[in-house]
Design a protein. Structure first.
Length: 53
């Protein structure tokens, strides 16, 4: 599973870790995040993330 980087602040969403503070279990692919999920650091939406190179 690919990691994704927030274009606004540089936060990296790592599917292996998930986002447990926001109810996202480890192993959750970026594509499977809820549509209303936002960056836990700066609050932008999924549309402002890019696949890590």
């Amino acid at each position: 599973m690919k990691r994704y980087v927030c274009d606004a602040c540089g936060y990296i969403y790592d599917p292996a870790e998930g986002d447990p503070d926001n109810g996202i279990k480890p192993g959750t692919a970026f594509e499977d995040l809820p549509d209303d999920w936002t960056c836990p650091v700066c609050g932008v939406g999924k549309e402002d993330f890019s696949p890590e190179e």
